[in-house]
Design a protein around this ligand. Structure first.
Ligand code: ZN
Length: 432
């Protein structure tokens, strides 16, 4: 039997071991916030060092512990597998099982983090273990980065490791769940703005003496929504990706998702006002109001330019306010201000990078399926690798229950993905 077949067979025979490992990871309650990963990092370090990997821990801030585990090969190339071990909170009353137990129901492991993404972390640890214990002679290093903080931005996990030079490599798989068995090659960007309106209070019965901050905010937000209508040119590479994801969109269409919803999702910038507050009492003209706005852009769009557009809209609107309400100007009040509270830039992987066909081949060899390409609408740690020029894609098992109640990962998917991670590593680094 050749080494590839041996490795694939080994993943099947280690099914119980892989399931136990994932259950153990789920039992470490790494809810973020606060997202303390010290205990689970200790566990992963022991597990991997016992199996022949050299392991280092890095603590970016108290409790934010990353594991970087290396399976040494002969050459200089390094293949990174990256995954996070922090999870979002769970409401046990809303679950049919204990979210922290890792119970098996209908060939699925259930628990918070099963799909996002301790299942795939377990699979990657298992793949590295198999390569180590089968003594596969890799022509380069396999590096596992098992990180905290992804659910709160990733800056203290993957972002930190890459910025400080503790994590280096030539290509990377981020093991996030990729829906519909796809390979995710791009992701949208996220910008959050806090918009504040300041007016002048007055008795509601004599409202003309004041300036209503809620009205001001409301009208400004209507202006802001106009940025959705602007036609935006995308780079050629991104248009290629949008073409490449069409087969998945067609599948979704056949499942009942309206075409125009998908066109909106994958062709344009979107603005969504998520929170709004203001006023003190119904009979007082409100002096203050604020809104939090979520703006998503496609890869190839630029937040700096979009922020300039928004700023221009804001300036024009403030000028109009000054004209309409001379008392605002007299009081030296700037009607609308806006500030960024969070930003993830969008990112994409050029389709001609060797990594893309390599992972596709691994998926096809293991599963028999030709994987389609897709784009995440949310942000993942993949963007940090792309920002450093390291080719990166997302691939992992899971289910649509990520972040939801009764989250699960199918056991069959875990074994499959263990094989795919092992095969992709061997293929990228080469073996002797
Ligand atoms: Zn995740």
């Amino acid at each position: 039997m050749n080494i590839i077949d041996e490795v694939l067979k080994e993943a099947d025979s280690r099914k119980n071991e892989i399931v136990k490992l994932v259950q153990e990871l789920i039992r470490h309650k790494t809810v973020n916030p606060p997202g303390d990963t010290s205990d689970i990092a200790g566990f992963m370090k022991d597990y991997l060092s016992k199996r022949g990997l050299s392991v280092k821990l890095y603590e970016s801030e108290k409790g934010k512990v990353s594991v970087v585990a290396t399976l040494k090969g002969r050459g200089k190339r390094r293949f990174i597998w990256d995954g996070h071990v922090d999870v979002v909170p769970a409401t046990p009353e809303a679950w049919t099982v204990d979210p922290w137990e890792g119970k098996i129901v209908d060939s699925r492991i259930m628990g918070r983090g099963a799909a996002d993404m301790k299942g795939n972390v377990g699979a990657a640890m298992a793949a590295a273990t198999i390569l180590a214990e089968k003594d596969v002679k890799l022509e380069g290093d396999l590096v596992l980065a098992l990180v905290p903080d992804e659910e709160t931005g990733g800056y203290l996990g993957t972002g930190y490791l890459l910025d400080k030079g503790m994590l280096k490599g030539d290509a990377c798989i981020v093991g996030e769940f990729s829906p519909f068995n796809t390979l995710c090659v791009a992701e949208k960007g996220i910008l959050w703005l806090k918009v504040k309106a300041r007016g002048i209070p007055a008795h509601a019965s004599a409202k003309f003496l004041g300036v209503n901050a809620i009205d001001m905010l409301n009208r400004f937000l209507s202006e802001l929504y106009k940025i959705e209508e602007v036609d935006r040119k995308l780079p050629k590479e991104v248009n290629k990706i949008i073409d490449a994801i069409q087969p998945v969109l067609k599948q979704l269409e056949s499942l009942g998702f309206p075409r125009d919803v998908m066109d909106n999702l994958y062709k344009r910038l979107s603005v969504s006002v998520g929170m709004i507050s203001g006023g003190e009492k119904v009979n007082i003209v409100p002096a203050n109001a604020e809104a939090e706005v979520d703006i998503r852009i496609l890869p190839g769009m630029d937040y700096e330019l979009i922020k300039e557009e928004i700023n221009q809209i804001r300036k024009n609107y403030n000028k109009l306010l000054e004209k309409t309400y001379p008392n605002l100007k007299a009081a030296g009040i700037e009607g609308i201000t806006a500030g960024e509270t969070l930003r993830f830039d969008p990112s994409y992987q050029k389709l001609d990078a060797p990594l893309v066909p390599l992972i596709k081949n691994a998926i096809q060899k293991v599963s028999g399926r030709e994987p389609l390409l897709f784009m995440h609408t949310g942000g993942t740690d993949t963007r940090f690798f792309r920002a450093k020029g390291i080719p990166a894609i997302c691939y992992g098992a899971g289910s649509e229950t990520a972040h939801g109640n009764n989250e699960y990962v199918p056991i069959e998917g875990l074994i499959e993905v263990t094989k795919i991670y092992a095969l992709a590593t061997m293929d990228f680094l080469g073996t002797t």
